[in-house]
Design a protein around this ligand. Structure first.
Ligand SMILES: Nc1ncnc2c1ncn2[C@@H]1O[C@H](COP(=O)(O)OP(=O)(O)O)[C@@H](O)[C@H]1O
Ligand SMILES: [Mg+2]
Length: 480
């Protein structure tokens, strides 16, 4: 993944265009900041160290796409990315998440990325071996004990006298990840032949729904202590894992699910975890991106506010991370000097200048997002791949309804939403959801019980459903 040429700024914007209407300046600024990471990696190493990222602050009213940009970004950048909310953090020493957890989350993200890459790389060979095992499970050999003696109790006594331990007597299921299903069984010529045909069928994908019983290691549970221990650079669950015997559970599953589980476990055994952690840390340091949402909420703002002291505390805690410092994680120490930070906030009650000066200085690039227009609303309703109208069309399909929106109805919805934003509180595109939900309420309620067939939403229908409410200011304040 390091060698891949990344998307160019134009390509990044083109991708974002599929989901975010307007806000060109913000999209461009974000795209440039991302591409600069790649540029930096191309300069001589000595100089690389000198080039720190120009962090970015997105400022704009509520509901115009700030968080949406972050969400989409996460999917298109081929780099560790986490989005955190500044309001979730508390000053060191108080109960709550400490700011360093954002770096730990970022490394965890990087670890899963590198791990996935590595797993994908070895998948063909692992799959081959797992399929071999599946063949043996589907056409098992004849159990040796059963051949010797049909009386279980007698065979047990016999075995005990022969010095076998109890475990291997009771445990006939030799299908743990490591062990060979044949180790305690006899494979006759007949079985060998059967396996040939089973293998053929398996390769053709004909046995995917056959059930097999496998033993799998119980999945790791992440304890609440993990985060705390990570702070000290300790891998708590890792330590517990190596101290305690692996717990295995027996599960009966269709072949296709069993295969995935076995591949997962087998891959986990074959990779070099230290190497993965090392690469993940490098990736985090050079390419990591942390998006801090609701950044304005930690600005002091209104001096009357009593939460102010601790907000400034959070800023002071964040500062060293943004300036560059070394954070302990359970995978090893991480230097934050070259991590890219994108902060975002409405700054309605506070201004960026209310942040402590040092922090302001660390976010030199500022982009403003614009208020959305009525025309933007029309686009938002219809254009993105996940546009609201498309979502409702797909949802009502479940009730056998073919929903369509006329062009005029969409214009009407946009108009109603826009006017409501003006007359009541401006909540941006979020208004579209409340209006649309209201318009479709009857259909969503009656849908499953009636054969509605084709339904066309017209301008008149929109008006009928929300016209009265929208016209009544007091009413609309609560309902739309
Ligand atoms: N410019 C836009 N293009 C497409 N959808 C948008 C846009 N702005 C807002 N939305 C939609 O409105 C909702 C709220 O937007 P969000 O990005 O969370 O707002 P905020 O700017 O307050 O972070 C999201 O569901 C998003 O899909
Ligand atoms: Mg937001």
């Amino acid at each position: 993944m390091d060698t891949l040429t990344p998307l160019t700024p134009k390509q990044i914007v083109a991708q974002l265009d599929n989901y975010i209407i307007g806000q060109t300046d913000a999209k461009k600024a974000v795209a440039i900041a991302l591409y600069n990471r790649y540029r930096r990696m191309q300069v001589p190493e000595k100089l690389q160290q000198e080039i720190t990222p120009k962090n970015l602050m997105m400022i704009g009213p509520t509901g115009v796409g700030k968080t949406e940009i972050a969400r989409r970004l996460a999917k298109i950048v081929n780099a560790p990315f986490v989005k955190v909310e500044a309001t979730k953090f508390t000053e060191v020493g108080y109960v709550g998440r400490d700011v360093e957890s954002m770096v730990r989350d970022l490394v965890s993200m990087a670890v899963s990325m590198v791990e996935k890459d590595k797993f994908d790389e070895i998948r063909p060979e692992v799959r081959r071996d797992v399929d071999k095992k599946l063949v043996k499970l589907l056409a098992p050999g004849v159990k040796k004990e059963q051949k010797q003696n049909n009386n279980d109790f007698m065979s047990m006594l016999n075995n005990m006298q022969n010095g076998q331990n109890l475990g291997s007597i009771f445990n006939n299921n030799n299908d743990t990840v490591d062990s060979d299903p044949d180790s305690n069984a006899e494979v006759t010529d007949e079985i060998r032949n059967r396996r040939l045909s089973v293998k053929e069928q398996l390769d053709k994908g004909l046995l995917e729904d056959e059930e097999v019983t496998i033993k799998v290691e119980e999945s790791k549970k992440v304890g609440p202590m993990d985060d705390q221990m990570g702070q000290m650079g300790l891998d708590m669950s890792g330590m517990m894992d190596s101290l305690m015997p692996k717990k295995t559970i027996t599960r009966t599953l269709p072949v296709k699910e069993a295969r995935e589980l076995l591949i997962q476990q087998e891959s986990d055994k074959r990779v070099d975890h230290d190497e993965i952690y090392q690469r993940a840390i490098e990736l985090t340091q050079n390419k990591g991106i942390i998006f801090i949402d609701e950044f304005d909420k930690i600005a002091a703002g209104d001096k009357k506010n009593s939460g102010e002291v601790s907000r400034e505390g959070v800023q002071r805690d964040i500062l060293p991370i943004v300036e560059g410092s070394r954070i302990n994680t359970k995978y090893g120490p991480v230097d934050t000097d070259h991590i890219l930070f994108i902060a975002s906030g409405a700054f309605a009650e506070s201004k960026p200048s209310d942040l402590i000066a040092e922090l302001q200085g660390r976010f030199p690039i500022r982009v403003e997002l614009n208020d959305l227009t009525e025309e933007d609303f029309i686009q938002i309703l219809t254009k993105p791949d996940n546009a609201l109208t498309k979502q409702y069309v797909a949802l009502t399909r479940a009730d056998g309804i073919h929903l369509t929106f006329t062009k005029e109805s969409v214009e009407e919805i946009a108009k109603v939403a826009f006017e409501l934003n003006n007359s009541n509180q401006n909540i941006g595109a979020r208004r579209l959801s409340t209006v649309l939900e209201k318009i479709l309420a009857d259909i969503l309620y009656e849908g499953p019980d009636m054969q509605m067939g084709d339904i066309t939403i017209t301008r008149e229908y929109v008006h009928e459903q929300v016209g009265k409410i929208a016209a009544d200011q007091d009413l609309s304040r609560y309902i739309l």
